[in-house]
Design a protein around this ligand. Sequence first.
Ligand SMILES: *Cc1c(COP(=O)(O)O)cnc(C)c1O
Length: 395
Amino acid sequence: MQVYADNAATTKMSPAAIAAMTPCFDIFYGNPSSLHSVGQAAKEKLEDARSRIAGCLGCEPREIYFTSGGSEADNQAILSAARLGERKGKKHIISTAFEHHAVLHTLERLKKEGFEITLLDVRQGHNVTAQQVRDAIREDTCLVTTMYANNEIGSVLPIAEIGAVCKAAGVPFHTDAVQAVGHLPIDVKAQNIDMLSLSGHKFHGPKGVGALYCRRGFPLVNIIEGGAQERGKRAGTENLPAICGMAAALEEACAHMDENAAKVTAMRDRLIEGLSKIPHSALNGDPVNRLPGNVSFCFEGIEGESLLLLLDMKGVCASSGSACTSGSLDPSHVLLAIGRVHDVAHGSLRLSLCEYNTDEEIDHILAVVPEVVEYLRNMSPVWRDLMTGKRQFIL
Ligand SMILES: *Cc1c(COP(=O)(O)O)cnc(C)c1O
């Protein structure tokens, strides 16, 4: 049995999304900017995809700008608000300590340019409150950017409340909703969201495509120059196959949102209940306001990387939830942000589910994870020190 439980990293494409893409390769292959009929047929497909996506978010089609993914949308949204702020002499930005690196690294770049960045503390309840945002807003705040839901630990933020706080204070509000779109109901107008980032491959659409919703009237700046595509705000020939695949995937996800969420939440809760029985373990993330598919744990006395390798050998594809790229041994900034100490943060496991997972797969995970954790603990010197009292348990 092979179980794919890494849907927060990326998802399998849905058959409907694949079916929506194929005619774009050989029938609607025109350049949407061409004035002839082949180009105009492609243009029609493009605008149809835009309307479908707008319909899922509760905005107007002209408020949707296609990008190469969630990262680009995050960069463009944050830089746009920063440039507007600069012109008004406002150079303070509020965000959270557990954002995706697409947000955090863009903020670091702005910090080098003289912006002041406040990262809200997420240790309390592994989440932020609208009150924290209210307390952090200053005269010179030009942007609040908080994620909609965390990709590592699954916490869902109080977006409507944060949106209301920002609206009342007259501060632009951007949300990286890459983990939420297609999974949670979103209404950008009701939630007072000025800008929102989404990515196709997190809801069974293709990779390399995403979108930025930007409220009409908010001045977007280009980060890619070159042509008049996307109302002059994002140059480059549109990736029509991917855009059509993304629109089909999103419509499908939104049409089945409630039933998918019910199914995935039930599997998630069974996993959380089962894995909580492992001694010296702790659930990461908000236990109540939580993504339907997210299960994130720390197990004391083990290395997350060894756990992943052994799980893979037993047919479970998971993630440590750490941004442990290029062999860096730094634990996840998200786990450190919620207050996990280095040793504990290293023993992390993220299982992220989708509606394609089955109860049999959950049984398999529940059989395999406790076994592998015990096996690793039995050969861990850290675990021996914990058991002999040379080292104190934290969890
Ligand atoms: C995946 C992800 C991104 C990046 O999206 P890409 O389309 O892969 O660039 C940004 N933010 C969050 C929260 C994500 O989960």
